[in-house]
Design a binder for this molecule. Structure first.
Ligand code: BES
Ligand code: MN
Ligand code: ZN
Length: 502
């Protein structure tokens, strides 16, 4: 769906449907006076009799078919006073996504959003515009890459923002473009995470990264199996040992002019293109979902798409640790001991705890090669985190209170919720090993924190580090509120906000 703008006031507006938001205690005439100038029929639309503005409610209003604005989709928000800033945006996103999908079902071809009515919420207008545009686009996303036929119901062709001014004002226009960019970044990540493992190997991820780097004039470097082995990344190599598809450590660098020598923000993503569990093989039921075990790397890819589009004035380096975790005659066995790039030895007691093994070497590499100001890693790391927080919330592990709060706040604003979990050293006790320095896994209890504390053993720089466990919301089969088709792309928008706001 294309993004358009219509200026010149009510007389010049035209679209097949306008999307309006209304709370329980508002009248359409009061909330959208300019819209009623454009479409006076709305004040007597019979459909309003049964619309009460309740949360999640949607009404359809019909005017004279020949009118330039002959339809309205009215979205209910509940009671505005009862909503916090973040809740307001969440309701608006849900409503915008649902309205866009409803319009597609109805065969409505063109949509419009009157901007003058958006100033009355407990959220600033620009953010409101950004969230509506982003949610409408994400709501329309479908997983259709592998369907042999185009869907019968086509997406609306465009969404136009309607302005009263003679010309389109800069700030709302930029906000809408930001929403579009965020949506494109999330969609890139979603498409990758939904691609089956036979069509997305670590080398395919590398090719995606090279394409992205060419699009945005960024640097891309790819380390192959021989490099990973010869550099001494014994843990990373152990995960890929049983796979015919070679691993890749993919590096993207966004270093705009004037920022090339800055201490970079480094983002590290888990990129397991398929996690069978390895020799510690997973049960058959649901194993197919593990094609999405590269959701962390997909989030890094989405972030870089946005950095390129937004020309973010900051140096950011992305690492994607990509491998397939497969059982094979050459596969790593439970009990095998490997030497990590850091020099620390790890006893692999469970080959299904592979995410931390690729990440630990990527984290060491990041700290040795660059001088990062901050490191954030993103990973579909533990089932334990899903048990603790559910399908919609990510685990946040960070001992820097300021960074933790920023991630949580950004997440709340863009609809990617994080909740803090402990990184205490007491969990390191669970990783005791007779043979090596420590083991890669412990008991089931405390599994999200023991995985995080495993990673912490490899953090030696003095900047701040955060680990995001997105095993719940970052997984392909989860239904996310503004996206009826399900999918992922979780953490992309939080990472963009983190990179954009120094
Ligand atoms: N990729 C999985 C984690 C996962 C589980 C993500 C469910 C999404 C949904 C990870 O590699 C894994 O297998 N973790 C194990 C660790 C255990 C063996 C210590 C787990 O969570 O069971
Ligand atoms: Mn696993
Ligand atoms: Zn995994």
């Amino acid at each position: 769906m294309e993004l358009r703008f219509q200026a010149g006031g009510p007389e010049s507006w035209s679209a097949d449907a306008v999307i309006v938001f209304l709370s329980e205690d508002e009248k359409l005439e009061k909330a959208y006076p300019e819209l009623l100038d454009a479409a006076p029929w709305m004040s007597i639309a019979p459909g309003m009799r049964d619309f009460h503005g309740k949360k999640g409610e949607m009404g359809l209003l019909y005017g004279p078919p020949a009118h330039p604005l002959s339809r309205a989709v009215v979205v209910g928000l509940g009671k505005l006073d009862a909503l916090t800033y973040a809740e307001t945006l969440e309701e608006i996103r849900k409503g915008a996504g649902a309205a866009a999908v409803r319009c597609r079902e109805l065969g409505v071809d063109t949509l419009a959003l009157p901007v003058s009515g958006l100033a009355r919420f407990n959220a600033d207008v620009e953010r409101t515009i950004e969230e509506i545009v982003c949610a409408a686009m994400l709501g329309l996303w479908r997983n259709k890459a592998f369907k042999s036929k185009e869907p019968e119901d086509a997406d609306p062709r465009w969404l136009a923002l309607l302005f009263c001014d003679a010309n389109v004002p800069d700030f709302p226009r930029l906000a809408a473009r930001r929403g579009e960019t965020h949506a494109e970044a999330v969609i890139l990540a979603r498409n990758l995470a939904n691609t089956p493992a036979n069509s997305l190997t670590p080398e395919d991820m590398a090719e995606e990264a090279r394409k992205l780097a060419r699009r945005h004039d960024m640097n891309c470097e790819v380390l192959e199996r021989e490099d990973i082995v010869s550099l001494g990344m014994g843990a990373f190599a152990a995960v890929a040992a049983g796979s015919a598809n070679d691993p890749r450590l993919i590096i993207l660098e966004h270093a705009p002019a004037g920022h090339a020598d800055e201490a970079p923000l480094i983002v590290v993503g888990k990129g397991i293109t398929f996690d069978s569990g390895g020799i510690s093989i997973k049960p058959a039921a649901g194993m197919w979902e593990m094609k999405g075990d590269m959701g962390g790397a997909a989030a890094v890819m989405g972030l870089f798409e946005a950095l390129g589009q937004l020309e973010t004035p900051r140096r950011v380096i992305g690492l994607m640790a990509c491998a397939e975790n497969m059982p094979d005659a050459r596969a790593t066995r439970p009990g095998d001991v490997v030497k990590t790039l850091s020099g620390k030895t790890v006893e692999i007691v469970n080959t299904d705890a592979e995410g931390r093994l690729v990440l630990c070497d990527a984290l060491t590499y990041a700290q040795r090669r660059w001088n990062p100001s901050m490191i954030v890693d993103v990973a579909t790391l533990t089932g334990a985190c899903v048990v603790a927080l559910g399908d919609d919330v990510a685990g946040l592990f960070c001992q820097d209170a300021t960074l933790a709060q920023r991630i949580k706040d950004f997440g709340d604003i863009v609809g990617e919720p994080y909740w803090p979990l402990p990184l205490w050293d007491r969990y390191f006790e669970l990783l005791k090993s007779e043979t090596a320095d420590f083991a890669n896994a412990g008991a089931r209890a405390g599994g999200a924190s023991s995985a995080a504390v495993f990673l912490k053993q490899f953090i030696t720089f003095d900047g701040s580090w955060a680990h995001l466990d997105i095993a719940g919301p970052g997984f392909v089969t989860r239904k996310i509120p503004n996206c009826p088709a399900g999918g992922t792309g979780f953490a992309v928008r939080t990472l963009i906000e983190l990179a954009e706001n120094k």
